[in-house]
Write a protein that binds this ligand. Structure first.
Ligand code: AMP
Length: 378
């Protein structure tokens, strides 16, 4: 198709979680139709899409049938196989392109790409055997973190290696599969940049945000991050370089460790909207999901201006442990925005929704969003 893909056209989303749901809401608001593809039914995305296709990602005939009914394909999680992306790309544009998926869905490829591009990352080594681990730990030093190269192991693919940790046990913990050994970084804080690149190479970002994690899962994001102007400039420049180098058409999130010295190290890339950009749904002129839509449809990017400092708190399944959270109490706070993803089963650690609050400062917004979340507990 030549020229932009305009409202009224149909966008296909591979994947059916909350990122696809919020993308579909943004797309439908602008008059696009949305089809979603995943092995599940009555999904967060399917509930708000025009069409929900249920098939396995390995079923390439089903992927082609899906692609034949849409004008462009995007994805909402990065574990879509190259074969699946290629099957769709034989019929319509896939944005971001399959090579971006290929690099970012594997830690070895991602780290190697970043290092080769001159982007600062934590010291690392590629590990393919226990012997390699025993050798490389001498160079990387302890503490370190061993992470399986492939994703999709439900957080099971990581092992921290402390002064006493048995290397054989760590190698077992990551499934005795290809892995990346990383120096453990004693960081000041974690920050991220969600940014977009259009078909014509235009770049836009949502600033630098500050992320607090709990049990390896994002807990609270505040925006803007409380960092120096120099750090802010560096983070955005690094994000720009990564999107340009990968020729991303769409949205990509760069997660960083900020060292106490002020140096930024890239931890991870996500080639799609990201949990740390959810606040943009309520707090920015254009949200990250509309930005993804604009980019993949060949439209100009929207203004990323943030109205006020904001904070987002995740609502994990754990909140449901003593019954349904007290929605009424949180709805009595007129300035708190409640987002729920339509998931039926609340399991511990499962992302069920989030809250967003704006305030005069990011720190205040952070305090208020945590207070609001506390009100939900029974
Ligand atoms: P990841 O799955 O690689 O994003 O790791 C999840 C979280 O674990 C990060 O957000 C950090 O809080 C922590 N983490 C991962 N790698 C390291 C590291 N090399 N040094 C210190 N903390 C880490």
């Amino acid at each position: 198709m030549k020229g932009p893909i305009l409202p009224g056209a149909t966008v296909g989303v591979l994947g059916s979680g909350q990122l696809g749901r919020m993308f579909a809401i943004a797309a439908r608001r602008m008059g696009y139709r949305v089809h979603t593809f995943s092995p599940d039914y009555d999904t967060p995305t399917g509930q708000v899409a025009d069409v929900e296709v249920r098939a396995e990602y390995e079923d390439l005939d089903a992927v082609r049938a899906f692609a034949s009914k849409v004008d462009v394909v995007t994805f909402e999680f990065e574990n879509v196989s190259s074969a699946c992306a290629e099957a769709a790309a034989s019929l319509v544009p896939v944005r971001p392109a399959g090579n971006v998926l290929h690099i970012t869905q594997n830690r070895k490829r991602e780290k190697t790409f970043l290092a080769a591009a001159g982007i600062p990352v934590a010291p690392f080594a590629v590990i393919d055997s226990l012997a390699a681990l025993e050798h490389e730990i001498g160079r990387i030093g302890r503490p370190a973190v061993l992470k399986s190269a492939g994703f999709g192991y439900d957080g099971k693919g990581q092992a921290k290696i402390g002064p006493e940790t048995d290397l054989g046990a760590a190698w077992k913990a990551v499934g005795e599969q290809e892995a990346v050994l990383e120096a453990f970084i004693d960081f000041e804080c974690e920050v991220s940049v969600v940014a977009a690149r259009s078909l014509t190479g235009e770049f836009a970002h949502f600033g630098v945000v500050e992320n607090a994690h709990a049990n390896h899962i994002l807990d609270v994001t505040i925006s803007p991050a409380r960092v120096s102007e120099a750090v802010r400039r560096d983070a955005i420049q690094i994000a720009h370089a990564i999107l340009a180098k990968l020729e991303v058409v769409g949205v990509l999130c760069v997660e960083f460790f900020l060292e106490k010295s002020g140096r930024l190290l890239v931890n991870e890339l996500a080639p799609r909207p990201h949990n740390s950009g959810h606040f943009t749904f309520d707090a920015n002129v254009t949200c990250q999901f509309e930005q993804q839509l604009r980019a993949i449809c060949g439209l100009p990017l929207g203004s990323t201006r943030q109205y006020r400092p904001a904070a987002m708190a995740n609502l994990l399944g754990d909140l449901w442990s003593s019954g349904t959270p007290d929605w009424q109490r949180v709805c009595s706070l007129g300035d708190v925005k409640l987002h729920l993803y339509g998931k039926a089963a609340a399991r511990a650690g499962r992302k069920m929704g989030h809250l967003t609050v704006m305030a005069d400062t990011a720190a205040e917004a952070g305090e208020r969003v945590r207070m609001a979340r506390d009100l939900l507990r029974r």
